[in-house]
Design a protein around this ligand. Structure first.
Ligand SMILES: *Cc1c(COP(=O)(O)O)cnc(C)c1O
Length: 323
């Protein structure tokens, strides 16, 4: 793991920058999910993070480290929803204007959440990738600072603070399951975990419907996939036309990526409510979906990152009536 573009020191620095902004989320042992032979399951509750997802860590670290000039210029970003909420809230706290570009498929609750936090919403295109084009164009034209949701060392280091907190609470574990989209979360946690203990299995999880990182790693280079409807709406979107960091980091840090079906995601969301009374959005439930479906066999101590809570309530009610 020599010469990683983001390292432990960057994560320690990030923790310092965001300590007073973020929630230090709990790691709880789950008694509802247990495996054979005394296997233990731990849940990292990033659903309790500010703005309802871990994205606030990376976004606030990036924004806290902007220069005075950059802050004056104003911010723009593209998001599947949660990154937009995180940027809107960080920007609002610092009094910086922020424009959030979203696809027209973004769930209602996420659009409204961003508006409530003072973000200027621009519906720009029919997919994440289309909205990204628009956002980058406006950034260029108007001189706004583009805040990437994953492919930025400061964002990756911010997400890495999750790994740091897990080690503080549980110094010894065997596996960690992490939802993957652009790969910022998995890169940040992965670099921390693998540097401290290379024996830990770092496992990414994606939905079967449009798993761009999975297919990119398989192909050996970043690829594009058409966007499909999925309960894991927060995992939509590509890994960028020119990926600079997360593709390589995921290639080096992830032992594998598991894929889960829509049915498995819905079931995981319902079980998390029934058994743990935790409201977790589809994207945040993919790790539990991998466990419940048997795609990941519990052994030793396993940490599952529950990455966000921002589920559209009508969608959740539909799931609860069927599962
Ligand atoms: C963005 C997001 C992810 C994936 O994070 P990446 O850094 O893009 O891989 C996972 N879960 C939730 C809830 C998210 O909002």
């Amino acid at each position: 793991l020599d010469n990683l573009p983001v390292n432990l020191n960057d994560v320690y620095k990030a923790k310092k920058s965001i300590r007073d902004l973020i929630v230090r989320t709990p790691l709880i042992q789950s008694s509802s999910f247990s495996g054979d032979g005394g296997a233990e399951l731990y849940l990292k509750l990033e659903n309790l993070q500010q703005t309802g997802s871990f994205k606030f860590r990376g976004a606030s670290n990036k924004i806290a480290n902007l220069s005075a000039d950059e802050k004056k210029r104003g911010l723009i970003t593209v998001s599947s929803g949660n990154h937009g909420k995180a940027v809107a809230y960080s920007a609002y706290k610092l009094g910086i204007p922020a424009t959030i570009c979203l696809s027209d498929k973004t769930p209602e609750n996420k659009v409204n959440g961003i508006k409530k936090l003072g973000g200027h919403v621009l519906i720009a295109g029919g997919s994440y990738d289309e909205a990204e084009e628009v956002a980058l164009g406006i950034a260029d034209e108007q001189g706004l600072v583009f805040i990437d949701s994953f492919d930025d060392p400061l964002v990756i280091a911010g997400q890495g603070t999750i790994g740091m907190e897990i080690f503080e609470d549980l110094p010894d574990f065997d596996n960690i399951l992490i939802p993957v989209s652009g790969g910022g979360l998995a890169s940040g946690i992965g670099l921390f975990v693998k540097t401290l203990n290379p024996k830990i299995n770092v496992i990414g999880v994606q939905m079967e419907r449009g798993p761009v990182m999975y297919e990119s790693l398989k192909a050996g280079h970043p690829i594009h996939l058409p966007e499909e409807p999925t309960l894991a709406d927060g995992l939509k979107g590509g890994i960028g036309k020119e990926n600079h960091y997360t593709f390589d980091l995921c290639r080096r840090l992830l032992d594998e990526i598991l894929l889960v079906t829509e049915d498995e995601i819905a079931n995981a969301m319902a079980v998390l409510i029934r058994e743990q009374h935790l409201v977790i959005e589809g994207s945040g439930s993919v790790g539990i979906a991998a466990v419940l479906s048997g795609r990941f066999k519990l052994k030793g101590r396993t940490v599952v990152v529950l990455s966000g809570s921002n589920v559209d309530i009508p969608i959740l009610m539909g799931i609860m009536s069927k599962y």
